[in-house]
Design a protein around this ligand. Structure first.
Ligand SMILES: Nc1ncnc2c1ncn2[C@@H]1O[C@H](COP(=O)(O)OP(=O)(O)OP(=O)(O)O)[C@@H](O)[C@H]1O
Ligand SMILES: [Mg+2]
Length: 151
């Protein structure tokens, strides 16, 4: 398991990192987005979706738990926020099982709240506050990302 740490000085840097990850990550990957409230998880998810050509509004799935986006040829990205997950049955209501079979990429904020019920991460992104910006630690099998991420 590799890990890379970087400083993201402003929101635009978070956005760019999200886009860079999206361009490199295989469809169907599972990404955990971790870190305290308001640290930039949704910002990174928005950058990720922009990187895949999503131009419409990207809103936080805070209350809906999930927002799904068609990207490219019969591909989906499902953006989940499990902060308000009340219990395992809610994952059934949102159709988690179907999400796992349509080869959709999963971006999951607050994966801790779904522990034991959601698939393991291919990539974990942990954000934290640092000065006016954010520190980010990426972990997973990063071999194919290194080039983009270092640049
Ligand atoms: N690298 C950065 N430096 C400074 N500000 C940033 C950076 N990245 C994102 N932000 C800002 O931090 C705020 C984070 O909001 P965001 O909704 O993305 O957080 P979140 O982690 O998804 O929160 P929640 O846990 O409530 O879902 C936004 O105002 C965004 O512009
Ligand atoms: Mg969020």
């Amino acid at each position: 398991m590799d890990s890379i740490e970087r400083f993201l000085p402003d929101a635009a840097a978070t956005d760019r990192l999200g886009s860079a990850l999206a361009r490199r990550l295989a469809p169907g990957s599972v990404v955990y987005l971790q870190g305290h409230l308001g640290v930039g998880k949704t910002s990174l998810a928005r950058g990720f979706l922009r990187g895949l050509g999503v131009t419409g509004p990207v809103k936080s799935p805070t209350y809906t738990l999930i927002e799904s986006y068609p990207v490219g040829d019969e591909q989906w990205v499902h953006h989940l926020d499990l902060y308000r997950l009340a219990g395992p049955e809610e994952l059934e209501w949102i159709g988690l099982r179907d999400l796992l079979t349509d080869r959709g990429t999963l971006l999951i904020e607050w994966p801790e709240r779904g522990a034991g019920q959601i698939p393991a991460a291919d990539l974990t992104v942990v954000l934290s506050l640092e000065d006016e910006g954010r520190r980010v630690v990426l972990s997973g099998d990063l071999t194919e990302f290194l080039e983009d991420i270092e640049s």
